[in-house]
Design a protein around this ligand. Sequence first.
Ligand SMILES: C[S@@+](CC[C@H](N)C(=O)[O-])C[C@H]1O[C@@H](n2cnc3c(N)ncnc32)[C@H](O)[C@@H]1O
Length: 201
Amino acid sequence: MNDHRETAPAIRDGHVLLFARNFFRHPRMLGSIVPSSRFLIRELLSPVDWTRARVIVEYGPGVGVITAEVLRRMRPDALLIAIETNTDFVAYLRGALTDPRLRVVEDSAEAVEEILCRHGAREADYIISGIPLGSMPGALRERILHATRAVLAPGGTFLVFQFTTRALADLKRTFDYVARKFEPLNLLPAYLFFCQTATAT
Ligand SMILES: C[S@@+](CC[C@H](N)C(=O)[O-])C[C@H]1O[C@@H](n2cnc3c(N)ncnc32)[C@H](O)[C@@H]1O
């Protein structure tokens, strides 16, 4: 079940250049000049139980390096909803990743509840995020974190990577448990936060 495909779906040549070009246009929205490394992706996805993941959401897929790996690992009947604000990335992803289990939505992560609803889902088993929570306005961060908590299924996990610990206090305030890791093997070494809510006993 885990690896029903041998290789990740194709990401076209030129994706790194597209990412870098967009970094110079929107440095605060991207936070990094290159996409995430395979080391960071592996650590970020390490807590996922692929057998139970039916609905997965990704915030800020960029040029899809994490998206492609999630598609490679996820169940044949699972749904992946990728929410991205950047029009260039949305167009690129829709052309490069044609997997029928993927929906690419051009919107901001704060709209996750309504987006899930539109796709016939009420909650998500995993929400993966690389959006720069620490450098966005506090009110926007707050709305995204509250919407995320509202749609996270019982036992679900919010998997976050950040280049600073600035968002950590808000993550701790919003979620009941936050586990931390650090991944040095990325152009910008990254903090990983795995957030969960207490499940009713
Ligand atoms: C650090 S990049 C990560 C890209 C990709 N996930 C990776 O790991 O290489 C952050 C991405 O989040 C997107 N983004 C920023 N704010 C967002 C928001 N509020 N909602 C959805 N996407 C957002 C940016 O356009 C960018 O593609």
